[in-house]
Design a protein around this ligand. Structure first.
Ligand code: DC
Length: 226
């Protein structure tokens, strides 16, 4: 592998995207959010009125989809579906659920595998997801499993929604976090699990600054030095 890859896996709400993005900026690597790709497939299913769990209809739709990722001058990853910028649309609550469901379909995972590997073949990447260290990039130079207690993750999500002026109910969010964890870890296809060679980073007791400092120090320890 001529390029360097840092794989960051973990459950939803552990701070993966914020931390991976910040680490990528610090290192000058490309940040790849693979959840956004699954979210785009979930959105496409919803827009076609398909059940996101339909193991026949969802894979049948895939060849018709034109899914691309682009990077703006801000370095942020934008997702496009049939040419439309869906970066905002894929963050809706209904799309989170749909993404979790489509991602359990093996044919969807197979279809997206090549796209993810292409990013890593062409760039130095910090890639976040659920199966990056285990399946997508098993040879990544650095693997990190980033997690936090479900209550801490739900609390962060709750605070984030309130800060945006949206209504939120903590118990509902916590139940959602647990349901998605269960689905992501118990599915047959590439379930969320820590790779044996991944370093565990638990951010339950850390704030953002502390988590980033810890993440960068793990990366520096693990990255091969010339
Ligand atoms: O990280 P996220 O919440 O944006 O991911 C959305 C869904 O996609 C999540 O429920 C799990 C799934 N996913 C996956 O199965 N594999 C990945 N590499 C990334 C995300």
């Amino acid at each position: 592998m001529t390029h360097c890859a840092i794989a960051i896996d973990g459950p939803s709400g552990a701070g993966k995207s914020t931390l991976a993005k910040a680490a990528a900026k610090e290192l000058g690597f490309l940040y790849v959010d693979t959840g956004a790709i699954y979210r785009t497939v979930g959105l496409a299913a919803l827009r076609r009125d398909l059940s996101p769990s339909d193991e026949t209809a969802v894979p049948a739709m895939l060849p018709e989809l034109v899914i691309t990722a682009g990077y703006g001058p801000d370095g942020l990853q934008h997702m496009y579906l049939q040419g439309e910028d869906v970066t905002e649309a894929i963050r809706q609550h209904a799309v989170s659920d749909a993404a979790s469901r489509v991602s359990a379909i093996p044919a969807v995972r197979d279809y997206l595998l090549e796209m993810q590997r292409r990013f890593a073949a062409e760039h130095d990447v910090v890639m976040d997801g659920r199966d990056i260290g285990t399946v997508v990039l098993p040879d990544a130079q650095v693997k990190i499993f980033l997690t936090a207690a479900p209550e801490a993750r739900a609390r962060r999500r709750y605070d984030e929604l309130l800060a945006r002026g949206q209504e939120a109910d903590f118990e509902t969010i916590l139940a959602d976090v647990k349901a998605r964890d269960h689905r992501d870890t118990h599915r047959a296809a590439a379930p969320l699990r820590q790779a044996p060679d991944a370093v565990l980073l638990d951010t339950t007791q850390l704030d953002l600054e502390g988590s980033l400092a810890r993440l960068l120090s793990i990366i520096k320890e693990q990255l091969p030095h010339e």
